[in-house]
Design a protein around this ligand. Sequence first.
Ligand code: AHR
Length: 345
Amino acid sequence: MIKRRRNNLFISVFALCFVLLTGCGAGRDTTATSETDLESESMPDEDDIVIGISQVGSESDWRTTNTKAYIETFTQEKGYYLIFEDGQQKQENQVKALRKFILKGVDYIVLDPIVETGWDAVLKEAQDAGIPVIIADRNVSVEDESLYTCHVGSDFMQEGRNAGEWLAAYLESRGRGKKEINLVTLQGTLGSTAQIGRTSGFAEVMEKHANWNMLEYQSGDFTQAKAYEVMEYFLETYDDIDVVICENDNMAFGAIEAIKEAGLKLGKNGDIMILSFDAVRDALLLVQKGEIMADFECNPIIAPLVEETIQKLERGEPVEKVQHIDETYFDYRMDIETLLESREY
Ligand code: AHR
């Protein structure tokens, strides 16, 4: 067992426990936090592995599940002591959290970064302090990749490609393979790996289809409320949108609301088709109804893979620099009801 680097400054640690009061769902805005921060009096035991997690925020159903999985995985019963910091969708808060973790001398830092750039300096500080940093979910783009131990999360570029390939095959099957198709994209937080990957993966496929016409890209910041506003604008500006690409499910919820309010019909025989990413439970129910045509999974249960990585590091074993989590997709032709019986999220 590795000797713990417990720091003298670790006198009164606040374990930020999240009580997940409610699930987030379609028709509800999840921009505002649905969580309560509690200060815990507990202290790490001598042998506890102390982990500082800097989370993006609570912008989506996906994020709620992702956070819950961290809290359920890194329990004190299992020998972990978790310090959880919610970045509230601001990089500056995440940088502050990392500095706090460094000061406390945690054993590991897990960073779910909001955007890819701007991490070099603080990651260097963690490296100088000898603290391994695991980048989880989205990735970072830094000059020196030795500044972090590994990235554990989704292959967002592949998710984008999957969506493009699905659309191409679907249009072909409906005899629309060569017809003019107008699209708009509701992008996620600009500069985040989830946005960059999904936008560029889809664009890669789009290049092979000269008849696909991307009318406009606009960011909905991964939230339902912002996406609703952007979708209203799209509908006022363009009168012939065939496909809306929503770079996450909460934005699909907002888009659907705006489309329905405009009196338009969704689905294969409707006016507009929606493709989405994440595949959270409430979105899959909309896939079942045919309101979302297909949903490209982004698996939020990353915590077990992060734990496996930490355990390997504890044993002094090497870890893979890039660890992608398994993902699939679901469309309106599949048996969603049976799938949901065994799905965790
Ligand atoms: O980084 C993962 C993305 O972030 C998910 O698609 C989205 O729902 C979340 O906000």
